[in-house]
Design a protein around this ligand. Structure first.
Ligand SMILES: Nc1ncnc2c1ncn2[C@@H]1O[C@H](COP(=O)(O)OP(=O)(O)OP(=O)(O)O)[C@@H](O)[C@H]1O
Ligand SMILES: [Mg+2]
Length: 281
C-alpha cells in the first residue's frame, strides 16, 4: 500500500496538469443555466472540436449533471474518499467523460477513510488525460465554490438579464476579488431575447466592476432563451444533440471557438491548490 502511494506520488511529481485547461462555471443566483451550459459546452467541445473533456459535477449537495446525461448516480465523487479507484468512478457520456457529483450531505470533507493526498494524486494523474476539465458548481459563493474558482485559471460566470441575477453575479465577482484578488472572469449572459439585451446586460456589469473594483471583465457570449432547451431537458436529451441548429447551440459553438483561440496557460497542480485553498491538506 505504501509502495503504491509513493509510486503514484512520484508519477505525479514528474508530470502535472499543465497542459490541461480547467474551467469553473459559477453564478451568483441559482437557476441561471450553469448546468445546461456545462453539459452542452462539454458535448460540443468533445464531439465537434475533438477535445478530450472531463466534466465534473462539483455542485455538492445538489448534483444533477447525471440527470442530463442518463448516468449512474451511484458511482460518484464521494467514492474517491472511501478508497475507490478513480478509473472505476469516471463514467462515459456522449463523447466525453464525467465525474458525477452526489447529493444530500454536507460533511463530504469530513470523510477521511483515505488520505486526501491520495485523492489529490489520483485527480492530478487522471486530469492529464484531458484537454479540458469543466467544473459545474452550485449557485452562490461558499468556501468550496471560491476554492474551485481560485484554482482555475478561467472562470465563467453565468447570469441572465434579470436585475437580481446581475446583482448576484456582481456580488460573486466582488467577493472573489476583495478576498483573494482573483479577477479572471468571463461572462456568459443566458436567456436573452436577443444579442443586444445580452450586451447591455454585460455592459452594466462591466461598468460596475470597472468603477467599484477597478477590474476588467470579458464578455464570452450571449445565449438566447429557447423553448427547444426546455423540450430537450424534458426528454432528458441535450439541446445540442436534438437541436444542433438552435441559436443556443450555435452560440455555444461560437464560445468553443473563442475558447480554442486562447493560448494555453501553464497550469500546475490544480487539485493540490484546490485542497490547499479549502484548508484540507
Ligand atoms: N437558454 C435557455 N432558454 C430557456 N430555458 C433555459 C435556458 N437555460 C436554462 N434554462 C432553464 O433554466 C432552468 C435552470 O437551468 P440549469 O439547471 O442549467 O441552471 P443552474 O444554474 O445549473 O441551476 P442551479 O443553480 O440550481 O444549479 C432549467 O429549467 C432550464 O431548462
Ligand atoms: Mg446546476
Amino acid at each position: 500500500m505504501i509502495d503504491q502511494a509513493s509510486g503514484l506520488r512520484e508519477l505525479v511529481s514528474k508530470s502535472d496538469t499543465k497542459n490541461s485547461k480547467f474551467i469553473t462555471i459559477a453564478s451568483g443566483k441559482g437557476g441561471v443555466g450553469k448546468t445546461n451550459f456545462a453539459v452542452n459546452f462539454s458535448y460540443i467541445l468533445a464531439n465537434e472540436f475533438k477535445k478530450r473533456v472531463l466534466l465534473i459535477d462539483a455542485d455538492i449537495g445538489m448534483a444533477n449533471v447525471h440527470l442530463f446525461l442518463g448516468l449512474d448516480k451511484g458511482k460518484n465523487i464521494k467514492h474517491l474518499f472511501t478508497g475507490e479507484k478513480i478509473e472505476n468512478i469516471i463514467q462515459h457520456a456522449a463523447g466525453f467523460d464525467v465525474l458525477v457529483g452526489f447529493s444530500g450531505i454536507d460533511d463530504f470533507f469530513e470523510m477521511e477513510d483515505v488520505s486526501i493526498q491520495t485523492v489529490i494524486n489520483q485527480l492530478e494523474l487522471v486530469s492529464q488525460e484531458y484537454d479540458y476539465i469543466i467544473i459545474d458548481t452550485g449557485a452562490g459563493i461558499d468556501e468550496k465554490v471560491a476554492s474551485f474558482l481560485r484554482a482555475s485559471h478561467k472562470s465563467y460566470v453565468i447570469t441572465t438579464p434579470e436585475p437580481t441575477a446581475l446583482m448576484d453575479a456582481y456580488a460573486l465577482i466582488k467577493t472573489l476579488y476583495n478576498l483573494y484578488k482573483y479577477d479572471n472572469f468571463k461572462i456568459v449572459v443566458n436567456m436573452c431575447k436577443n444579442k443586444e439585451e445580452g450586451e447591455q446586460t454585460f455592459n452594466k456589469l462591466k461598468i460596475s466592476t470597472n468603477k467599484f473594483l477597478g477590474i476588467d471583465i470579458e464578455l464570452l457570449g450571449v445565449l438566447p432563451f429557447t423553448n427547444n432547451l426546455r423540450q430537450a431537458v424534458k426528454r432528458k436529451e441535450l439541446v445540442a444533440v436534438l437541436y444542433p441548429k438552435d441559436g443556443y447551440t450555435n452560440s455555444i459553438r461560437r464560445i468553443c471557438k473563442e475558447e480554442l483561440k486562447v493560448e494555453s496557460v501553464t497550469h500546475d497542480k490544480f487539485w493540490q491548490k484546490l485542497f490547499d485553498f479549502m484548508g484540507k491538506n
